[in-house]
Write a protein that binds this ligand. Structure first.
Ligand SMILES: [Zn+2]
Length: 344
């Protein structure tokens, strides 16, 4: 299996996040990628490829043009307004009763309108990293379109919390959604996205919620207890033409592999009934027991079973990296998903 990867994400670093009552280094850090690459090399995945360079056309099929302009210009605008050595953050959000479209000459207004939480900091290297993740995702998609049975796009930053014009939850562009749309634009009739990150893929759900050409299935910590709290419930099944094409399978804190695999079977049955041309797998391993931002109890060997279950679908599979923050275990967990997939 080819691994698509670029070092260009590394400048998206040094941002802090608020956890409980104190600022700590952001869990979504460059060291995650080094850990994954090391484990993959140890497991014999040595076919690593640098991405091709794409423009913003494909991203523009999912994301609002002003939102893309915001992501590109926010940091230089922030520097000009607030001085060097700082991280760009929103201080207000465009909630009910407030303007939903910002003035594009005011970076604070843009941050308020185009981010939905305090987990989308923008530093000097953020835009380069965002562009690189986009290239990594689209290169993976083009390899599958050329006939590869499976590819792993090792994207950073992740994407599944980002919607058409909102960044948040460490996510800026929705890499998996852009890949899914690209498959459709290049001739696929139906694409399924299976999101196994611990957190609900609220961005992906929102993007495809009223469509029947993309089935979105998500296994995640239930929003009664877990981020993003306002989306991810089982009764969100799609809207209009998309009714029945959104399947949320929320699970309680402490969920272990047996319960998880039951949900996987439900997901697999729905995906099989949809009969997609291709599967995009939003691969998060923050379901791991001990992940600093997760709440499930999956163990490292369990990820072999997840990979096997994905393989059982018998579909061309585009793995797109999402979350997973226990740096010590992250690499082996990811490697196990891919190994399990190839074992079948
Ligand atoms: Zn997550």
């Amino acid at each position: 299996m080819k691994i698509i990867y670029s070092d260009a994400h590394q400048g998206h670093a040094g941002a802090m996040e608020l956890r409980r009552e104190t600022f700590v280094p952001m869990a979504e850090c460059p060291e995650r990628m080094a850990a994954i690459l090391a484990a993959l090399a140890g497991a014999g995945f040595d076919d690593t490829l640098a991405p091709d360079t794409f423009g913003l056309e494909e991203a523009g099929r999912i994301h609002d043009p002003d939102f893309l302009r915001f992501l590109e210009t926010a940091y230089p605008m922030w520097l000009e307004r607030h001085g060097p050595g700082t991280t760009a953050f929103a201080r207000t959000f465009g909630m009910r009763g407030m303007a939903q479209k910002p003035r594009m000459d005011n970076v604070d207004a843009m941050l308020s309108a185009y981010t939905f939480d305090i987990f989308a900091p923008i530093v000097a290297g953020t835009w380069t990293a965002i562009r690189s993740a986009l290239d990594v995702a689209l290169t993976g998609a083009s390899l599958i379109q050329a006939g590869a049975p499976s590819v792993f796009s090792l994207c950073r930053p992740p994407g599944h919390h980002a919607s058409g014009d909102l960044a948040g939850g460490y996510c800026y562009l929705n890499n998996a959604a852009i890949a899914a749309q690209n498959f459709l634009d290049r001739g696929a009739s139906r694409v399924a996205i299976l999101d196994i990150d611990y957190h609900h893929g609220n961005g992906t759900q929102r993007i495809f919620y009223d469509r029947d050409d993309v089935l979105f299935v998500s296994l995640h910590g239930r929003p009664e207890e877990e981020y993003p709290f306002l989306l991810g419930y089982a009764d969100e099944t799609g809207h209009g033409a998309g009714e029945g094409f959104n399947l949320n399978l929320p699970m309680p804190p402490g969920t272990r592999i047996d319960t998880y695999m039951t949900a996987m079977e439900t997901a697999a049955a729905r995906i099989a009934a949809f009969a997609p041309d291709v599967l995009v797998l939003s691969l998060g391993v923050d379901t791991f027991d001990g992940d600093p931002v997760g709440g499930f109890c999956l163990q490292t060997p369990d990820y072999l079973r997840l990979g096997q279950a994905v393989a059982k679908l018998g579909l061309p599979t585009h793995f797109v990296m999402e979350g997973g923050y226990s740096v010590a275990a992250l690499g082996q967990n990811v490697s196990n998903v891919l190994t399990g997939y190839l074992q079948r």
